[in-house]
Design a protein around this ligand. Structure first.
Ligand SMILES: Cc1cc2nc3c(=O)[nH]c(=O)nc-3n(C[C@H](O)[C@H](O)[C@H](O)COP(=O)(O)OP(=O)(O)OC[C@H]3O[C@@H](n4cnc5c(N)ncnc54)[C@H](O)[C@@H]3O)c2cc1C
Ligand code: FES
Length: 268
C-alpha cells in the first residue's frame, strides 16, 4: 500500500535524560542548533523522532516543548529550533556545559522506501529540520528537498549537504514565489519522478495538500505531523488525530504516518 509504514516489533526505547550542551549555535534568522551529549538516546534514535524538552525557567512554560531530531554524531544528538515564544526564548539562553532535561527519543520515525527514486522531502517552516538527518540516511540516492515558508525570515537557509534544494516563499521574498505544493506538483509531473516517494513535515494544511498530490500521482508518501502537544508520551490525548477511522496519538503513534491513512477532513 502506498506510504504504508512497518511498525517496529520491539517496544521503543525512551529515556529521561539530563544532557550536557556541547554546541549551541545560531543558524541564521530565528534558527539555532543545539547539540546534546546523550549516548543512550543517540544509540536508539532515528530520523522523524522527536525529543520533549524542559524549556522552563521557574514554571514557565509549564509543559515541555517537542523538537524533531536533526542529527546524530557519536554520542550526541542535535536539534534545530526557531525562537518563537517563551520556551524557545529560554532555550536560546542555555550555555555550553549546562544541562538540558528531556524525554526521548519519542514517537516513530520515517522509513525510507528501499527503491524509490527520487526521494522528495518537503519541509514547511521549521518542518524542514528532520530532513537534515534523513538526508544523511539517504546518502548516495537522488534526493530533492523543497523548503518553503511564508517569507524569507521563516526559511532555514543553512542548506543541508547532499540535496538539490528548492526554496519557496508565499510572498516571493526568497526563492520561488508560491507554495511548496506548486514546486512539488512540477517535480511529480516530470517523467523522471514516476518512481518517486514523498516525505513531508510542516503545518497540517500543507501536509494535507502534499498527501493529496502524492495520491494524485500515485506515489508513496509519509508525513510527520506537528500537532500541539502537552505530555508528549500518550497520557493527555491532546494530540489525537484520526487515522484509518480511529483516533491515534501523534506523540506516541506518530509523528510519522502514512499520508493516505490520515483522515485529512477530520478537524484537528
Ligand atoms: C513533533 C513536533 C516536532 C517539532 N519539531 C520542531 C523543530 O524541530 N524545530 C522547531 O523549531 N519547532 C519544532 N516544533 C514546534 C515547537 O515545538 C514549538 O515551536 C515550540 O513548542 C514553541 O514553544 P514556545 O514556548 O517557544 O512558544 P509558544 O508560545 O508555545 O508558541 C509560539 C507560537 O507557535 C505556535 N506553535 C507552537 N507549537 C506549535 C506546533 N506544534 N504547531 C504549530 N504551531 C505551534 C503557537 O500556537 C504560538 O503561536 C515541533 C512540534 C512538534 C509537535
Ligand atoms: S501530547 Fe499528550 S497524548 Fe500526545
Amino acid at each position: 500500500m502506498p506510504g504504508e509504514l512497518a511498525m517496529p516489533a520491539a517496544p521503543p526505547q525512551r529515556y529521561h535524560v539530563r544532557a550536557r550542551v556541547v554546541a549551541h549555535e545560531p543558524l541564521g534568522g530565528k534558527y539555532r542548533r543545539m547539540v546534546l551529549e546523550a549516548p543512550q538516546v543517540a544509540a536508539h534514535a532515528r530520523p522523524g523522532q522527536f525529543i520533549h524538552v524542559d524549556c522552563s525557567q521557574g514554571w514557565v512554560p509549564f509543559w515541555r516543548r517537542p523538537f524533531s531530531l536533526s542529527g546524530r554524531s557519536g554520542d550526541c544528538i542535535s536539534f534545530i529550533y526557531a525562537v518563537v515564544g517563551p520556551g524557545t526564548r529560554n532555550l536560546a539562553k542555555r550555555r555550553l556545559a549546562e544541562e538540558v532535561d528531556f524525554l526521548g527519543p519519542l514517537g516513530n520515525g520515517f522509513h525510507l522506501h528501499p527503491t524509490a527514486s527520487p526521494l522528495i522531502f518537503v519541509g514547511g517552516g521549521y518542518g524542514v529540520t528532520p530532513f537534515f538527518w534523513l538526508l544523511e540516511q539517504a546518502a548516495g540516492r537522488a534526493v530533492h528537498l523543497i523548503h518553503g515558508a511564508r517569507s524569507a525570515s521563516e526559511l532555514l537557509r543553512a542548506a543541508p549537504n547532499g540535496a538539490q534544494v528548492m526554496y519557496t516563499t508565499d510572498d516571493g521574498s526568497y526563492g520561488e514565489r508560491g507554495l511548496v505544493t506548486d514546486a512539488l506538483r512540477r517535480r511529480l509531473s516530470s517523467p523522471s519522478a514516476r518512481q518517486a516517494a514523498v516525505y513531508a513535515c510542516g503545518p497540517r494544511p500543507m501536509l494535507r495538500a502534499v498527501a493529496l498530490l502524492a495520491r494524485e500521482f500515485g506515489v508513496p508518501c509519509q508525513v510527520a505531523m506537528e500537532e500541539l502537544m502537552a505530555c508528549g508520551v500518550g497520557g493527555c490525548f491532546g494530540c489525537a488525530v484520526k487515522v484509518r477511522g480511529a483516533y491515534r496519538l501523534v506523540c506516541r503513534d506518530g509523528p510519522v504516518f502514512a499520508a493516505d491513512e490520515v483522515d485529512w477532513d477530520e478537524p484537528a
